[in-house]
Design a protein around this ligand. Sequence first.
Ligand SMILES: Nc1ncnc2c1ncn2[C@@H]1O[C@H](COP(=O)(O)OP(=O)(O)OP(=O)(O)O)[C@@H](O)[C@H]1O
Ligand SMILES: [Mg+2]
Length: 254
Amino acid sequence: MKIAIAGKGGSGKTTIAGILTRLLAERGQNVWAIDADSNPNFGVTLGVAQDTMKSAKPMPASILKEVALEGGKTAMQLAMPARQVAQEFGTRVSDRVTLLGMHTIEHAGAGCACGGHARVRNLLSGILKEEGVVTVVDMEAGLEHLSRGTDRHVDMLLLVTEPYFKALETARRAAELARELGIPRIVAVANKFRGEDDLAAIRNYADKHGLEIVGEIPYDEEIQRADLAAEPPRLDVESAAVSSVRKLIGRLEI
Ligand SMILES: Nc1ncnc2c1ncn2[C@@H]1O[C@H](COP(=O)(O)OP(=O)(O)OP(=O)(O)O)[C@@H](O)[C@H]1O
Ligand SMILES: [Mg+2]
């Protein structure tokens, strides 16, 4: 199972990706966590020490090679098995979780992140069922990953939305593009709701636009506390957000 998590900036993609990854690992699943954001935060949300994150390198360009196609065209593809990419370039977060980075911006004016997107796209294409891992991709805000086809090879796109119009619109636009890409399952998660009115507004919008809501995660002070302390949210004390992500996993049958 390969899952990408996308949505509007700040909607809670990384938070949900982090809790999801840790809960899956807690259940005994091996997870490859891919940070597909050029402003990477997946590591800190998974509890990786900041010094380790500083020395972690994103996947290098050498994981891809150019191959000749018929008609004189060329294409990029993985130069090594996906498992080797994870072993050589992944950061070991725990016994079960390996973190892979897409691209970091080291200098102003250094150019676009298209190489990073191509690496993630080809890596996703090369991750086979036989690896026995769940792949969780934390996407960059907005829609560029869909225009670049970065998430073309995922099985499921989880669109995170908050209870306000622009976030819902982002999820709707992303769902349209994801259908065009042929992603088999496209679902939405309502995050940071503060009451029934928020939920009603999200459900109403989703009904109108054919978005399937598979999870509802309340605004939760524990998430805020953890973020301010640069820690991952606690799993041992079952906060409202954590227990909602647990339910989400059950519903998605991951
Ligand atoms: N359920 C929640 N309850 C309270 N705060 C939350 C919740 N979900 C996320 N947040 C907070 O919202 C902010 C944005 O969360 P997060 O970084 O996960 O979003 P994002 O979508 O990954 O952002 P970006 O677009 O920058 O990658 C953070 O301060 C986070 O702690
Ligand atoms: Mg994020």
